[in-house]
Design a protein around this ligand. Structure first.
Ligand SMILES: Cc1cc2nc3c(=O)[nH]c(=O)nc-3n(C[C@H](O)[C@H](O)[C@H](O)COP(=O)(O)OP(=O)(O)OC[C@H]3O[C@@H](n4cnc5c(N)ncnc54)[C@H](O)[C@@H]3O)c2cc1C
Length: 343
C-alpha cells in the first residue's frame, strides 16, 4: 500500500436524535491503533443535518479534524444517502481506511461503500495487531466458536468495529481539532426514508429487574416461553428478555430484546436459556452480576461468559427446576441474596 504521511483513517460517527453514540469513542480507539500501525492521520466525519455541534463535540474530545457533512434531505439516518455521500467525499479526504460501527446502521452503509470504492471490506473487527507484513485484524466467527485473523490485500479499506471490543478512547489532550463544514445536495438515492416511528417495543421492565430470564432460539417454540415466564415468576423482581431471533419470530416484542440492537441490561442474575452467545447478544448482558447459561451445545460461546454452565435440554431442565421450586411453601424464599460474580 502507498499510505503517505497525509493519508487518513476516517471514523464515520454514529448519532441519533442529536446525540453521539458512545460507540464513537471505541471507533476512535480502533482508528488510533490503525493510525499508529499504518502511519496514518485520524480524522472523523458526521453526516446528516444540523451536525456541526456533534462534529465540534468530537473535535473537542479527540483533537482530530472532523468534517460536519450537511446532506440535503438527510434529517434522519438513511444508509443509501450516507453511502453515496461518503463515496463522493472520501477520495478527496485521502481516506486510506474508513471505520464504522458493526451496528445496524454501519452494516447499512459500509458494505455498499466498500463495493463503490472497490475497497477491501472487513466487517466485525474486534482486534488489531501489527504483523510483519502490515496490520492483522481479528474477529470471532461462528457465534464465537472460532477466531479469525485477516489482512486486507487491497486499499482503501472499509471496516466495521464490533461494539464492546475496543476500550473507548479517553478524552485527548491535543486541544480542539478543526471542524470543516461540507454541504452536499441530496444524493441520487433509489429509495427514500418516509417516516421514522418511535417506540417499536413497549417497556419490558428490563432495566429495573434484578433477575432477567432470557429466551433464545433454543426455546424452540413460542409456547415454551411459558416455562421461562414461570421461572421468572419465582423471583420477586424479574423480567423476561429475548435474543433477536426470538423477537424477529414474534415470540416476544422488541422491547424485550437484549443486545446490540436491543437493551443493555446488568441485573444481579441473568439466566440465558437456549442462547448461543453471539457477540451481538452478549454485548447487551455481559455486565450482569451472575450469569447462568443453559444450552444443549457444550461448545456454545455463552459458556465462555457464564458463571454456571448447564449443558441440558431446557425443555427437560426447566420443568424439573419448577417442580423442585414448587416444593418451597413460599416461592419468595428464593429471593434471598443473589450470589456475586467471583473475583
Ligand atoms: C447488526 C446485528 C445486530 C444484532 N443485534 C442483536 C441483538 O441486539 N440481540 C441479539 O440477541 N442478537 C442480535 N443479532 C443476532 C446475533 O448475531 C445472533 O444471530 C443471535 O443473538 C442468536 O440468537 P440465539 O442465541 O437466540 O440463537 P442461536 O444462535 O440459534 O442459538 C440457539 C442456542 O440454543 C441451543 N439450543 C437449541 N435447542 C435447545 C434446547 N432444547 N435446550 C437448550 N438449548 C438449546 C443451541 O444449541 C444454541 O446454543 C444481531 C446481528 C447483527 C448482524
Amino acid at each position: 500500500m502507498s499510505a503517505g504521511a497525509k493519508s487518513r483513517v476516517v471514523v464515520v460517527a454514529e448519532h441519533s436524535q442529536g446525540r453521539l453514540s458512545p460507540v464513537n469513542w471505541e471507533l476512535m480507539a480502533c482508528a488510533g491503533q490503525m493510525a499508529r500501525v499504518l502511519g496514518l492521520e485520524v480524522a472523523a466525519a458526521v453526516l446528516g443535518q444540523g451536525v456541526e455541534p456533534l462534529a465540534g463535540e468530537i473535535a473537542q474530545r479527540t483533537g482530530v479534524k472532523v468534517w460536519a457533512v450537511e446532506v440535503e434531505g438527510m434529517a434522519a439516518f438513511h444508509g443509501e444517502a450516507q453511502r453515496l455521500a461518503l463515496a463522493q467525499l472520501l477520495p478527496a479526504w485521502r481516506a486510506q481506511a474508513v471505520v464504522g460501527a458493526h451496528s445496524t446502521s454501519g452494516l447499512d452503509w459500509a458494505p455498499g461503500l466498500a463495493a463503490r470504492l472497490e475497497a477491501a471490506y472487513l466487517p466485525g473487527v474486534e482486534g488489531l495487531s501489527a504483523g510483519p507484513e502490515g496490520p492483522r485484524f481479528s474477529r470471532t466467527a461462528h457465534y464465537g466458536k472460532v477466531r479469525e485473523e485477516l489482512a486486507p490485500t487491497a486499499w482503501p479499506l472499509v471496516l466495521t468495529v464490533q461494539p464492546g471490543t475496543f476500550p473507548a478512547a479517553p478524552p485527548g489532550e491535543a486541544g480542539h481539532g478543526e471542524v470543516e463544514v461540507v454541504r452536499l445536495p441530496a444524493p441520487p438515492c433509489r429509495s427514500q426514508l418516509l417516516e421514522v416511528v418511535d417506540g417499536a417495543g413497549t417497556d419490558a421492565g428490563l432495566g429495573r429487574a434484578k433477575v432477567v430470564v432470557a429466551a433464545g432460539r433454543g426455546v424452540g417454540q413460542a409456547e415454551n416461553l411459558e416455562l421461562l415466564r414461570r421461572l421468572a415468576g419465582l423471583f420477586s423482581s424479574a423480567a423476561l428478555a429475548g435474543s433477536r431471533p426470538v423477537c424477529d419470530l414474534g415470540w416476544l416484542g422488541y422491547g424485550h430484546q437484549v443486545g446490540l440492537t436491543g437493551a443493555t441490561v446488568s441485573p444481579s442474575l441473568y439466566i440465558a436459556c437456549g442462547i448461543s452467545g453471539a457477540r451481538q447478544h452478549t454485548v447487551g448482558m455481559q455486565g450482569s452480576g451472575f450469569i447462568v447459561a443453559i444450552s444443549n451445545d457444550p461448545q456454545a460461546a455463552i459458556f465462555n461468559l457464564a458463571d454456571v454452565c448447564i449443558v441440558e435440554d431446557l425443555t427437560v431442565l426447566i420443568p424439573a427446576l419448577l417442580e423442585q421450586a414448587s416444593g418451597y411453601s413460599d416461592p419468595a424464599s428464593l429471593q434471598g441474596d443473589l450470589p456475586g460474580r467471583p473475583g
